[in-house]
Design a binder for this molecule. Sequence first.
Ligand SMILES: [Zn+2]
Length: 300
Amino acid sequence: MINSRPITYIYDDPSEPSPLTPAHFLIGKRLLSLPITRVSREDFTGSRPSLLKRYRHQQNLLNQFWNRWRKHYLLSLRSMNICPPSKVTCQFKVVDVVLIHDDLYPRNLWSMGKIIETYTGRDGCENMEIVSRAKWGARESKSNLTMVTPVPHIFLHHTAMRECNNFESCCQMMRTIQNFHMDDRGWDDIGYNFLIGGDGRVYMGRGWDRVGAHTYGFNRIAVAFSLMGDFSHKLPSELMLNATKSLIECAKNENHVISNYKLHGHRDAGCTECPGSAFYNLIKTWPHFEGGPIPGYKGN
Ligand SMILES: [Zn+2]
């Protein structure tokens, strides 16, 4: 199979999609005959070195063509075909070549297009699923103190507890964390604004505009996202990292944080290992990161 089309004909239906060949990209259809070349008598004469040089040049051109065909055309088309519909961030970029879906015509007659501009969706929070408090079975919060939004800081944490890897186990974990925060720590609710499960879902904690209990000294001017698990010696999965990045994008696009927000790990604002060294080293490379100790840092 090439580009979801069989390499050879399977049926004898004339409208059966044909495989894409280099010729389709050069002249828009299948090449059925060799191109006409005008060969002059001089082409056959010449010394051995000049013929060799000419041969090498032609081979070189041919190799370059096949390399480009393989690396650029085939791969870029394929990456669009395997783009999964949900969860994983998979966005079209400017200059990507795409097939334009058209119900009126069979697939082999769809036109090709090049993306010249992209637009973010209205809510800016695509590519992720936010699980409501009702869905994970949250207890009622004891307070509803709200922040002045947009806030200037985002803090990343890890829960330093067990990981979860599906909807049921993550909901169970959310209830465990909430009980721990409310009953053992004596807080009003689960501490973080949002948590990210090993299943790639985002679980609503205190939400976007309620004061949390996560980063001493910054609870009224920051939102906190916590990744479920311990990331001191291992990185969170791609699924969790993508969800975290989408959540940060969402915070920015929906104006929950200021556009030049600062991103920190919990340890940048206080004496703690959180969010785990392995994860912390990664977020150092993310946009808007500011390492600590930041002004307002609380030591022991
Ligand atoms: Zn923390």
